[in-house]
Design a protein around this ligand. Structure first.
Ligand SMILES: *Cc1c(COP(=O)(O)O)cnc(C)c1O
Length: 392
């Protein structure tokens, strides 16, 4: 590998620790789903499944990885297919994978009917009429492309049953990156209240997917949050559901994968322009934080991996190598960097490479190194493939 190329390093032991930490804070016996959107790397997905999580997928591509993972596991792995605008191909793949399908609108019931897809395990995703908390990204309680408005949900549940499907339960997801325990509890109060309303509609075991939103630092140093009262508050809250033998379910991407990854980038150039110093790294928004333009990325704080560097006498602007002025990783660096230095950006195991603009400008993808307890397991390289297909 080039010494001046970037690489992601993932430590699977951290994935195990995070899953254990999250389970400790949830009611005993809850089902936990790993949201593959956070990091679909097959080794991370497989490791989560090994730790007995189900897999929450939101596209055909993620579903293919989930199915391959399940094939390699000895135990069954629950797969839940979510996402608005499910295509014909996605619905067919979900049905043949015997996944639980979380429908977002009645159109999806109609589409399955047209495709002759019957007898599926169906969750109905509901957009609660009040959200009552301040999540990083509000996905419910307001007009939303996600889920069926609470007021229409009962009609759609009846349609699911009338269409001959197995109504398994409800799916609520209200927001992301919530760090306050009270905010987490507030949203789960709403999802629990809604789930209770639908428990009697299920013929078999009722699945109450109450959502998630468990926060985690991103691209800044810091520990995963702990919510000391969460478990007992959730246990009290879900007592009625659990007394009815409902399967209480939670979802998480960033809490599970966020801490497992770091990005190592190399300083390729240092230049000065009109009094401003610029540090050009081997990684830009093609490797990290492509979603920053969508306000999903807090500003990166860069920990310097090399010793003996001087405090920076004037602000350095950290930029990537892309030919666009939006390629800025950090407006202020605390330490003076020189060509050849390596910088390490922590807590980017979730929403790192796969959430970036990797295809833009055609730089190579960074290597992704997967480790377990420090031991290198594998290194993968992704690439863009333009496959030509003969016209039909
Ligand atoms: C994005 C998303 C998640 C995962 O969110 P995190 O913040 O990574 O935990 C879970 N469920 C649904 C429906 C989502 O859209």
């Amino acid at each position: 590998m080039n010494t001046d190329a970037s690489k992601y390093v993932y430590e699977l032991a951290v994935v195990s620790d995070a899953i254990a930490a999250l389970r400790d804070q949830l009611p005993g016996g809850s089902m936990l789903l790993y949201s593959m959107k956070a990091n679909p790397h097959p080794r991370i997905v497989e490791h989560a499944a090994r730790e007995q999580t189900g897999l929450e997928v939101s596209s055909e591509g993620e579903l293919a990885i989930a199915v391959a993972t399940r094939r390699r596991r000895e135990h069954d792995v629950e797969i839940v297919c979510t996402g608005p605008g499910k295509s014909t191909a996605y619905l067919e793949a979900a049905a043949s994978a015997r996944a639980i399908i979380s429908i977002e609108t009645a159109t999806e019931i109609q589409r399955m009917r047209e495709l002759g897809i019957r007898g599926q395990n169906i969750l109905v995703r509901i957009n609660a009429s009040s959200a009552g908390q301040r999540a990083g990204l509000q996905m419910t309680g307001t007009p939303s492309q996600f889920g069926i408005d609470e007021e229409q949900a009962e009609t759609v549940v009846r349609e699911v049953i009338d269409a001959g499907h197995n109504f398994r339960g409800v799916h609520l997801y209200m927001g992301s990156n919530i760090v306050s325990e009270d905010d987490l509890v507030g949203q789960f109060k709403i999802s629990t209240r809604i789930a209770e309303k639908f428990a009697d509609f299920a013929s078999g075991e009722f699945l109450a997917d109450l959502g998630g939103g468990f926060g985690h630092p991103f691209a800044v140093a810091g520990e995963r949050p702990r919510w000391p009262g969460l478990r007992s508050r959730l246990e009290a809250m879900t007592e009625t559901l659990r007394a009815r033998s409902a399967k209480v379910t939670f979802e998480s991407g960033r809490y599970i994968a966020g801490g497992c990854g770091q990005l190592n980038a190399v300083v390729l150039d240092v230049k000065r322009s009109k009094g401003q110093k610029f540090v050009v790294l081997s990684s830009g928004v093609n490797h990290l934080g492509g979603l920053s333009g969508l306000r999903r990325l807090p500003q990166a704080h860069i920990d310097i991996a090399t010793d003996g560097l001087a405090e920076v006498p004037e602000p350095e602007r950290i930029v990537g190598p892309l030919c666009t002025p939006v390629d800025i990783l950090n407006k202020q660096s605390p330490t003076e960097l020189s060509v050849g230095d390596t910088v390490t950006i922590p807590n980017v195991g979730a929403y790192g490479l796969s959430a970036s603009l990797a295809n833009f400008l055609g730089h190579p993808y960074p290597a992704e190194e997967v480790r377990l307890d420090g031991r290198l397991i594998t290194t993968t390289y992704s690439q863009v493939v333009h496959k030509e297909v003969a016209p039909a």
